[in-house]
Design a protein around this ligand. Structure first.
Ligand code: FAD
Length: 453
């Protein structure tokens, strides 16, 4: 049983991590990836150039004994550097302990390291340029097309894992046979990636250890550092209306929009006009899928099961946590795949729903609330309560980012905590009058015991 073969469709971030974990556990793993091998063919790594890695992703990389391999790729970001229009920069830390930082990492470099680590286990074989074009769950076969040779063939599987991303082919089959449903809730905002190049001798032209945000209420620009001194900049903006992508139709309009709305950033993006029209405009959506498994022998993980909008920086982290949970369950279930997969879906779906909702909410936080004095006051009080009651009150952002408390529990607890913050602050606009004994009793009475810390 231990040497049973596993078939994975999709060798992106989640597929490569799962292949590494399974290969190291002794399983023979075959991965079909429709794109060429990114280690040999330099290409855009797909959606978004760099990503924020946080505790959940790191925990999974450590479990796969991969963290030491990727640590040198990481740039710590200790907080948000806000660029309000016409005002001074403002730094807002994410956490309050030295290790409470998130890390910027190149999607391409990370994926490459994981492909190599998976192959090093000697149990994992990647087939690049091989697209899965159909899945027959009844006969346990997938149809593959090799884009280099033009060959098409059928591959028989014992266990099939779909990590083929937001447009998953495997998902279509699993949902159709299981009588479930899936849909993508598209956001009416798109995104565009641009670059702030490095300064002389690979220096950073803006603060290196921060995630920069230019919040503009209905839209925003963000920038994450890369190892070479550059920053990947992303504009999130409505599709239609004013302002919107619909109106940014020529270089002059784009340059004027940037110099009016993001003047300090505009000065640092030399190829703004060219980049804007050369780089694709990306769409954003939430995949809501009610069926992840088929008969205990096929299962969806990562974006295939639960693609989310990127505003909490958790899509990859959640996908990595999927791998971690699946591997723990496999051990708990004595390597019995059918019961493991069913339990995985049961445990994981409510958590995927919760992070999907929190990611949508966080768009408003990033582009708007961060500038609101009441939001800042609540954040300050949240930190003070965490200092006084560290095992009971943890700010929601910290629960998502610096802990592995299940997302559903985080969402629920965050709602209860928000009410406590509102009640303690009341109509005041400072924290001088906080009644700490009331705080203590509200926390004791209303917050359930944490399941994991
Ligand atoms: C703008 C943006 C910013 C983001 N920022 C963050 C962030 O800061 N932090 C974070 O945690 N997450 C972030 N995410 C989310 C993150 O990118 C995804 O959650 C993550 O890539 C999911 O990994 P995956 O392996 O499930 O899917 P993908 O990365 O999409 O990989 C799927 C793989 O399957 C292959 N494939 C697809 N179809 C087939 C087929 N039919 N046959 C064979 N192979 C196939 C694809 O080529 C690809 O390699 C961001 C997303 C976006 C769009």
């Amino acid at each position: 049983m231990k040497q049973m073969g596993i078939t994975i469709v999709g060798g992106g971030l989640v597929g490569a991590l799962l292949a590494t974990m399974l290969g190291r556990r002794g399983y023979k793993v075959t991965v079909f990836e429709k794109r060429p091998d990114m280690r040999r063919n330099k290409m855009s790594a797909g959606r978004s150039i760099n990503l924020a890695l946080a505790k959940r992703g790191i925990a999974a990389l450590k479990q796969a004994e991969l963290f030491d391999d990727v640590e040198s790729l990481l740039t710590p970001m200790a907080g948000r550097m806000l660029h309000p229009l016409g005002q001074d920069l403002e730094f807002s830390p994410y956490g309050q302990r030295p290790h409470e930082v998130i890390y910027s990492v190149s999607r391409g470099f990370l994926n490459e390291r994981m492909l190599t680590a998976a192959e090093d286990s000697d149990n994992v074989r990647f087939h690049f340029n091989c697209e899965c074009t159909a899945v027959d769950l009844e006969n346990q076969t997938v149809t593959l097309k090799n884009h280099s040779t033009g060959d098409t063939w059928e591959h028989r599987y014992k266990v099939l894992i779909g990590t083929d991303g937001a447009n998953s082919e495997v998902r279509d089959a699993v949902v159709a046979r299981g009588g479930g449903t899936w849909r993508t809730d598209w956001l009416d905002h798109d995104y565009k990636e641009l670059t702030i190049p490095a300064g002389p001798k690979a220096t950073y032209l803006i603060e290196e250890n921060a995630l920069h945000i230019w919040p503009r209420h209905g839209y925003m620009l963000i920038a994450l550092p890369n190892l070479d001194g550059s920053f990947t900049v992303t504009l999130f903006l409505q599709k239609n209306g004013t302002p919107s992508f619909e109106h940014l139709t020529d270089r002059q309009t784009v340059e004027q929009f940037f110099s009016e709305q993001f003047p300090d950033a505009a000065e640092l993006i030399p190829n703004l006009g060219d980049d804007f029209f050369e780089n694709p405009t990306g769409v954003l959506g939430t995949v809501r899928c009610t069926k992840w498994t088929d008969g205990g022998v096929a299962c969806l993980l990562g974006d295939a099961a639960h693609a989310i909008v990127p505003f909490h920086g958790q899509g990859m982290n959640a996908g990595f946590e999927d791998c971690s949970v699946l591997m723990h369950l496999l051990e708990e279930h004595d390597l019995d795949w059918p019961s493991t997969l069913l339990e995985f879906e049961r445990l994981r779906r409510p958590n995927a729903d919760a992070i999907a909702d929190m990611a949508l909410e966080n768009y408003v936080t990033m582009r708007d609330s961060v500038l609101d004095p009441r939001f800042q006051l609540k954040k300050q009080l949240g930190f003070q309560l965490e200092q006084k009651f560290p095992t009971q009150f943890i700010p929601r952002y910290s629960m998502v980012t610096f802990h592995t408390i299940p997302y559903a529990e985080t969402l629920h607890r965050g709602q209860l905590q928000d009410k406590i913050l509102e009640e303690l602050i009341g109509a005041h606009d400072d924290l001088n009058h906080i009644d700490w004994s009331l705080a203590s009793s509200l926390i004791a009475d209303r917050l359930p015991k944490l399941t994991t810390l």
